[in-house]
Design a protein around this ligand. Structure first.
Ligand SMILES: [Zn+2]
Length: 76
């Protein structure tokens, strides 16, 4: 019997998610290609929401759950 070693270069993720060398501009996690320059749709949405709210300053009576989008960006 012949045993073939599977010499696969790199790690193929089963979910097909491609991770790039870049880091998410929000949370510094590895960037996923389809969500560049973010790591996920979530970070993309949060960043967009942050820009919109800071640009247009939408007045609201509701207390925004800022804990999720108020991440420190100075982490190194
Ligand atoms: Zn992220």
């Amino acid at each position: 019997m012949t045993t073939k070693p599977s010499a696969s270069a790199g790690k193929a993720r089963p979910d097909g998610v491609r991770v790039t060398a870049a880091k998410c501009v929000r949370c510094k996690k590895p960037v996923v290609a389809r969500f560049r320059p973010f790591c996920s749709q979530r970070c993309s949405d949060l960043d967009l929401a942050g820009w919109l709210t800071s640009q247009y300053r939408i007045p609201t009576d509701e207390a925004p759950d800022g804990s999720e989008i108020d991440l420190p960006l100075d982490e190194d």
